[in-house]
Design a protein around this ligand. Structure first.
Ligand SMILES: *Cc1c(COP(=O)(O)O)cnc(C)c1O
Length: 964
């Protein structure tokens, strides 16, 4: 017998299998050693010690997190948590409805990395697929809303309504600070509007407008919000009110239900200026509140006021139709404190799902889904009436409210026993909503809860007329574009989806080295649970006991995020980083007020900050002063000292990003915090760059009071082509009483909180399992290893490329943090080749461009993340080096400045098939590194953005338009 015991791996270790961290982290040990060699350090630990300032580094930090689980262990735990969720048949309504995600869309969009790992389409030439899907979304929304232009998604219905309010304030002529809100509006929307209005000095007047135009309050107001249908389900003709509001010099936002609009006259036709709402019920699971795509659409003349992103049609260099983001793309970066909104990450993936739902069903299919919901509600109401129950409204779409004096609790409890959640409006009223999933059996169960017996649904159906006002019947057409009439079979839709995603470069094809965006692995095991029905089918206002498992995930995440950041309390409600910024600044504002320092309203923001910072500060009622940065990219301390001294009485806060958006660990951060604290201000650290800190330092310990984190950056929620996101905030104890809360869910925040900043109590709850799984599987050591590896990949790229494209800023010891800025300004000056040319040329090499011209114009910011292995890092470096050689050829005159592969990039297959009369060859155009590569063909040539802006087309153009 051979003695093998010495070499054997113990069974316990074998049973455990490969640690997840080995899968998440790209470079294998031997690769890492090679990288460290190039960087010039002996180990990851040494790199950490040398690059992170001693003033903040917690050398012996042992994060108190559970021991890491394997993928199967984590999934088993998640299954157990899912078992502890017991979704009922949700007939609560209030903006959230049962819906069926067509399986072909579920698997090939929601569960497909080609869609969910894509980035925001700032590089339009390699984003045509998702841009087309978003254009379909805009067309769908604009058509149904009856106005010409819709944007490519808002964070949810309530924030869209609040943005509608601020849009009217910007665009309107009235100087009045008053905004009227119809009382029959979703309660969470009223609450979010109030949160947004208060710091801006907008006075919200909630008025019962059920009696029509004469119920409008006296005196001036700048705008009004109407609901169509109302929260009570009532469908009212709003035409007279809108006319009266207009007559009085104000404008109108209508919060509308897109499904109802397939049957009802559109808000545009009755005069709405702005239409907002949610597309959740277009195939997106309720998910205990989110994520789903909100929308905003506007009447003619307001399109340049739209917040968020707008897809438009233009042409490429060959004259072919092509899509790209129009107008205010990255608007905050340009306009900063004057931006229309702070929205950055939106809800692209969910907008794609909703748009495909419309593409698949078409107008007739949507109409029949709407009719089903309506007929179910009509029949339901009729039998209740016959049973002696008072139904409040005669005209409704899918929701009825009934009066049961003193009995609402009993009825709601009886319905629950029958497996159904109804809405308890108050002690005397119950709301019931029908949807695409409502069956005749559900109606029977509801009747039983009211003690109403009998009721033959089919007979009732014959005897019951529709409950929609005849005058509001929809006569105008919608979704007439061929795309909504072509893909009825699954085969056809499947191929359409594949055709679109094949046009794009997502993480499943190439690294996406986008500085500040942290495009790391979104592991399959992390993603699996989000489409489990136990999480997806929960209504956000269902009793908490139905969501025990998901709430346990919420609690774990709050605890773990507090631990990794060193804060005392966390709120998961904000559904993007921008919303976290707003929530955090509101907390600071409320804190100052609680201490009688309401005059503190000044926010200092370094010149290098992300544009959302300034936009959020303004939304929180603060003034912004910019702190200069010095030549090394650091906050100019002298300038900060001056500003702090000058503003000792009105300083509210400083917002700093750490490590900075220059990709550097500034070693003065403690001093910065101290200066601001000494002057009575609070410190907000923008935590978008947390991927460079976890396990090494904690902002809650080095002087910050509050931060947002981007779970869609550091904590593996995929970018989805521009959303969803989650932007929780962590705060120190003194700010904890001022976290967001929610009027319908006391457990979601402190009673003393600043109000809700999202529609749902826990924001985008259904994607929290992704971040939960990441922390659960990485453990403390894994997270620290990820951080150090991310710093290593960035420093490796910086070292390899510095001789070709100088690295603009470095910190202590000449190291960068987790990203580096490549300075092309000098190269551009001598060669005429711009960052744009380089970005487009990268597409010919099959690589997604880095972040362009942020935070410094004329530069590229590269963030490789810990998930890329050495081969991919080298492919990127070698490509950049090859591009540098191409630039040199232009400089040397070998290629003319106006005819070379850089200015000609990107090259489509079709462009090569045509006559070729360029100074460079077809091979140089398409296969610059030889033909031994898997070629990714860009589907369009360089897109003319300016032309598209002059000639704004933001819905699907006729199929033959713009052909060369
Ligand atoms: C991404 C980012 C934000 C904005 O976050 P969103 O989730 O897109 O709203 C803010 N600050 C910095 C530094 C960022 O990188």
């Amino acid at each position: 017998m051979t003695d093998v015991t010495h070499d054997r791996i113990p069974l316990a270790a074998l049973e455990h299998g490969t640690p997840f961290a080995d899968r998440h982290v790209g470079p294998m040990p031997a690769e890492l050693a090679r990288m460290l060699d190039v960087i010039g350090v002996g180990s990851l630990e040494e790199l950490g010690q040398k690059s992170v300032p001693d003033t903040i580094r917690e050398g012996d930090l042992q994060l108190a997190l559970p021991e890491p689980a394997t993928e199967s262990e984590a999934l088993a735990e998640l299954r157990e948590l899912a078992r502890r969720c017991r979704p009922h048949t949700e007939m609560i309504g209030l903006g959230y409805y049962g819906t069926v995600t067509p399986p072909v869309i579920l698997r090939n969009v929601l569960e497909s990395p080609a869609w969910y790992t894509a980035y925001t389409p700032y590089q339009p030439e390699i984003s045509q697929g998702r841009l087309e899907a978003l254009l379909n979304f805009q067309t769908m929304v604009a058509d149904l809303a009856g106005v010409p232009v819709a944007n490519a998604s808002m964070l949810d219905e309530s924030t869209a309504a609040a943005e509608g309010m601020t849009l009217l304030r910007r665009a309107g002529r009235s100087k009045s600070p008053r905004f009227v809100v119809d009382a029959d509006t979703l309660p969470q929307t009223i609450a979010v509007i109030e949160t947004r209005a208060e710091p801006l000095g907008i006075e919200v007047v909630v008025a019962d407008l059920s009696a029509g135009a004469q119920a409008l309050p006296e005196g001036e107001f700048f705008g009004a919000l109407l609901s169509y249908p109302g929260a009570s389900g009532a469908v009212r003709d709003q035409e007279q009110i809108i006319a009266e509001v207009h007559r009085r010099g104000a404008k109108v936002v209508v919060a509308a239900d897109l499904l109802a609009l397939t049957l009802l006259r559109s808000p545009g036709e009755i005069g709405a200026d702005v239409v907002v709402g949610s597309t959740q019920r277009f195939g997106v699971p309720m998910g205990f509140g989110g994520p789903h795509a909100g929308f905003m659409a506007v009447a003619k003349g307001l399109e340049r006021q739209l917040p968020g992103r707008l897809v438009g049609v233009s042409v490429d260099a060959d004259g072919n139709q092509a899509y790209r983001l129009a107008l205010q793309t990255r608007e905050q970066h340009i306009r900063r404190e004057k931006a229309t909104s702070n929205i950055c990450t939106a809800q692209v993936l969910l907008a794609v799902v909703a748009s495909m739902y419309a593409v698949y069903h078409g107008p007739a299919g949507l109409r029949s889904i709407a009719t089903r919901a309506h007929r179910m509600a009509a029949v339901l109401a009729e039998q209740l009436r016959r049973g002696g129950v008072e139904v409040l409204h005669r005209e409704f779409f899918d929701t009825v409210v009934v009066r049961v004096p003193g009995k609402a609790d009993d009825v709601v409890a009886a319905a629950r026993r029958g497996g159904i959640n109804l809405r308890r409006v108050d002690a005397d009223h119950v709301g019931i909503s029908c949807d695409e999933t409502t069956t005749r059996a559900h109606l029977a169960a509801v009747w039983q809860a009211f003690g109403v017996t009998g009721g033959d649904t089919d007979e009732l159906d014959i005897e019951t007329p529709d409950a929609l006002p005849a005058a509001l019947e929809r006569t105008s057409e919608y979704l007439t574009h061929p795309v909504f009439h072509t893909h009825r079979s699954e085969t056809s839709l499947l191929r359409y989806l594949r055709q679109l995603s094949d046009k794009d470069i997502a993480l499943d094809r190439s690294m996406i080295p986008l500085g500040s965006c942290t495009m790391k692995l979104n592991a399959t095991a992390e993603m699996e649970p989000i489409t489990w029905p136990e999480f997806g089918s929960l209504h956000p206002f269902a009793p908490a006991q139905d969501a025990e498992g998901l709430l346990s995930i919420v609690k774990d995440l709050e605890t773990w995020l507090a631990e990794v950041t060193g804060y005392d309390a966390v709120s998961l409600q904000p559904n993007a980083g921008s919303q976290g910024e707003f929530a955090g600044l509101l907390a600071i504002r409320a804190y100052h007020r609680s201490r009688g320092a309401a005059d503190r309203d000044l926010c200092l923001i370094p010149a290098s900050a992300h544009g959302t910072n300034a936009a959020s500060a303004v939304m929180a009622g603060m003034r912004v002063i910019v702190v200069r940065c010095d030549d090394a990219g650091n906050i100019e301390l002298e300038h900060l000292r001056e500003l702090v001294a000058e503003h000792a009485d009105d300083l509210a806060a400083i917002m700093v990003t750490y490590p900075s958006t220059h990709g550097v660990y500034e070693d003065t951060v403690r001093e910065v915090c101290g200066l601001v604290h000494d002057a009575g201000g609070q410190v907000y650290v923008d935590g978008a760059n947390l991927n460079a800190l976890i396990g090494l330092a904690r902002m809650g310990k080095f002087g910050s009071d509050v931060s947002h984190l981007n779970l869609h950056k550091t904590f593996c929620i995929p970018h989805g082509g521009g959303g969803p996101g989650v932007g929780p905030i962590g705060v120190r104890e003194h700010l904890a009483p001022f976290l967001p809360n929610h009027p319908m869910q006391p457990a979601a925040g402190p009673v003393t909180g600043v109000g809700p900043i999202s529609a749902a109590p826990w924001g985008s709850a259904s994607i929290l399992p992704i971040s939960w799984a990441y922390v659960r599987m990485m453990g403390a050591d894994g997270l620290r290893r990820a951080t150090l590896t991310a710093v290593a990949t960035a420093n490796y790229v910086a070292r390899r490329l510095n001789n070709y494209f100088p690295v603009l800023y470095t910190g202590k010891g000449g190291f960068v943090a987790h990203e580096c800025i490549l300075d092309l300004r000098q190269i551009s000056k001598t060669s005429g080749i711009t960052v744009d040319d380089v970005a487009k040329r990268l597409a010919d090499y099959g690589i997604h461009a880095p972040t362009m011209s942020f935070p410094v114009a004329g530069t590229l910011m590269v963030e490789p993340t810990e998930s890329e292995n050495l081969a991919e890092l080298d492919r990127f470096c070698e490509t950049m080096i090859a591009i540098r050689a191409e630039i040199d050829k232009v400089v040397a005159g070998q290629w003319p400045a106006d005819d070379n592969p850089l200015v000609g990039a990107p090259h489509t297959a079709a462009s090569l098939a045509k006559d070729w009369d360029h100074a460079y060859s077809r091979e140089e155009a398409a296969y610059p590194l030889g033909t031994d590569v898997v070629k990714v063909w860009p589907p369009v040539r360089r897109i003319d953005g300016a032309r598209g802006d002059r000639n704004l087309v933001c819905s699907c153009p006729p199929l033959d338009a713009y052909q060369a």
